[in-house]
Design a protein around this ligand. Structure first.
Ligand SMILES: NC(=O)c1ccc[n+]([C@@H]2O[C@H](COP(=O)([O-])OP(=O)(O)OC[C@H]3O[C@@H](n4cnc5c(N)ncnc54)[C@H](OP(=O)(O)O)[C@@H]3O)[C@@H](O)[C@H]2O)c1
Length: 296
């Protein structure tokens, strides 16, 4: 398969590039200086064949600063909504299938069972709203596109939540973590495997939920990350992390209280669910340690 991958250097983009390469796909990953999704002239290079000929375009490029988005609404809109609309139209015109990555933040979090793909959306803030607008633009612009919503993403190549927890713990800080928001932690290595499976299976167009299998709160997730890091590094394990309430950790953007995503529709394609959070965190910790050693 010939794949154009966008989001070079990003948390998911990095692992997606590794996975596509490992599985022998011919992948082009242009830097933003070569392909800026917010610039129509730049996106038009795809139709002109300037970057090569492709079967698939995978869009991992996004504006992901959830809180900062409230102050940078225009920029978030351009990257999360306008960019995907240009990509969808150009890919449709060029006969390239589009796999666009989206988020659990399109939901308001008032649900009480895992969200399925056609549950009503109601984003709570600018980031979720612009990602939802991006989804709509992709569905309108490309009848053969796939939207893969994921959640609570973490990987070694970025400032993810478990990394922040590990750093804070190593710096001797007392950890107090929100315990009343529930979601599905998703490891970038596992998501890259699932997204590549979708491409190889030539999945039907439409929206799919692609998140990890465990439902937990942030405090439980932090505990797993710190426990596994302690095991790996041989440091004494931490006592129980203190769970706090959302109102004790105010943020500019309200987060969904519950945003577990059902994997059922994706599994119906014959795709294996991701491994447990603990197993994935073990691999995450190993890779984080290797990266730290390489940059020390
Ligand atoms: N992180 C999460 O917890 C989470 C949760 C659910 C869903 N998601 C979704 O998962 C996807 C991947 O997220 P991520 O955390 O891997 O994102 P990320 O680490 O923030 O990476 C995003 C990438 O997009 C690039 N980019 C920004 N503007 C661009 C433009 N105009 N043209 C081309 N590239 C551009 C960035 O480049 P620069 O670094 O040079 O700006 C960066 O490499 C996104 O769709 C996100 O919405 C993320």
């Amino acid at each position: 398969m010939k794949v154009l991958l966008l989001g070079l250097g990003g948390m998911l983009g990095t692992d997606m590039g590794l996975e596509l390469g490992r599985r022998g796909h011919d992948t082009v990953i242009p830097p933003i200086s070569e392909l800026d999704i917010t610039d129509p002239a730049s996106v038009a290079k795809i139709a002109a064949g300037e970057l090569g000929r492709f079967d698939w375009c995978v869009n991992c490029a996004a504006y992901t600063l959830v809180d900062k988005a409230e102050a940078e609404q225009q920029l978030a809109y351009e990257i999360n909504a306008l960019g995907p609309s240009y990509l969808a139209k150009i890919c449709a015109l060029s006969g390239i299938r589009l796999l666009h990555v989206s988020t659990d933040f399109v939901f308001d979090g008032e649900g009480e069972r895992p969200y399925v793909e056609d549950d009503p959306t109601k984003p709570l803030g600018c980031y979720g709203r612009t990602k939802w607008q991006g989804e709509q633009a992709v569905l309108e612009g490309h009848s053969n596109a796939i939207i893969a919503r994921t959640a609570w993403l973490y990987g070694p190549n970025g400032n993810s939540f478990p990394r922040t927890m590990i750093r804070a713990w190593e710096a001797g800080k007392t950890l107090r973590v929100v315990g009343d928001q529930i979601g599905s932690p998703t490891y970038t290595g596992d998501l890259a495997r699932v997204l590549t499976d979708m491409i190889e299976k030539n999945a039907f167009p439409g929206i799919y939920h692609t998140a990890g299998p465990d439902a937990m709160n942030w405090c439980e997730f932090a505990q797993i990350a710190v426990d596994e890091w302690a095991t790996l590094t041989g440091k004494p394990a931490l006592d129980k992390i203190e769970a706090i309430k959302t109102e004790d950790w105010p943020t500019p953007t309200k987060r969904p209280k519950y945003s577990v995503l059902s994997f059922e529709k994706t599994a119906s394609l014959g795709i294996e669910p991701m491994r447990s959070t603990r197993e994935a965190v073990v691999e995450f910790c190993h890779r984080l340690q290797e990266l730290q050693a390489a940059t020390a």
